[in-house]
Design a binder for this molecule. Sequence first.
Ligand SMILES: [Ca+2]
Ligand SMILES: [Ca+2]
Ligand SMILES: [Ca+2]
Length: 334
Amino acid sequence: MFKRLFYILIIILFLFIFVFLFFKNINSQKNNFKNEISNKENNINVKQEKKNNTRSENTFFYQKAVEENNIELCKKIDISRSKELCFREIALKKNDLTICNLINDNEIKNKCKDDISSILAMKQKDYDFCSKKTSFSQKSACIKTMFNDIDDIKECETIKEDNLKNICYDNYYYLNALKNNDSDICKQIVDVYNRSNCLSKLLNISLYSDDDHDGLDFFAEIVCKTDYNNKDTDYDGFLDGYEVANGYNPKGEGILEVGNNLDCETIENEDLKNFCLSINGDNYVTLKQCLNSDYEDLKEYCREKWKENIKQFNLFLNNYDKRTRSGTGITHPQ
Ligand SMILES: [Ca+2]
Ligand SMILES: [Ca+2]
Ligand SMILES: [Ca+2]
């Protein structure tokens, strides 16, 4: 009896020990897991802190380098892109092409060199730099920037190409008109876009306004050389806008001459072409000469051409974006 009880007690004791050990193990695993997570979190925090420190160090070196124009401080930055941008910024500040050569990234290096070449060309007024630009609008913008602070119009004379020289002259008059608050100077600007912009600014009249209610807005009045304060500039009873829309001269008798000359060589009909050439012995006749000729076929041909021109001229007046465009000008009615 005692023996059995003893065995039962032993078994219970073992069971107890087993259960105890089992739970102890689970607890220890839990703790290990917790510790592991906590260690990982600590590691992440340390890394983040390190990263933040590096980032703020890099920012510090960058700012200090640029402030002191010191490329040695750029070299301490351990992010290669920031380091290269640091070199570029100092190169631009010092206009020093040799600093661009410290840059490994070709794209940043070339941009660095291009920017400095451009700054130097602007400073030295090396207009060849502008003439190498591809489009006319780029050339024009380049010349305007280069000759942005001219005091003497003679500076423009160093430019050999006529179209670029004219941009320079126009720019000079434009800047001087604004500087002296003198709208009369605007009138010397050849390019009709720039002339109208100059007048619009100084007279404080919107390019879109039609204050005399004749169908021509301010820009159109400048192009047509009509009076923007008089709805019937030539006092013939027809409004300026009506005359222009229908191809009549708003400043006197006769027709609105737009596009001016007719190129006789472009006429396919041989008889017509020869007659055209015979009018003044030149390749060209003015539309006025043509419309007044006695040869009905040629007159008819010119009338059609003239109508086309009028249509295009009116489209130009109506569709032109007066806020942003600039150009080389247009032949305006006499
Ligand atoms: Ca008007
Ligand atoms: Ca008018
Ligand atoms: Ca009129």
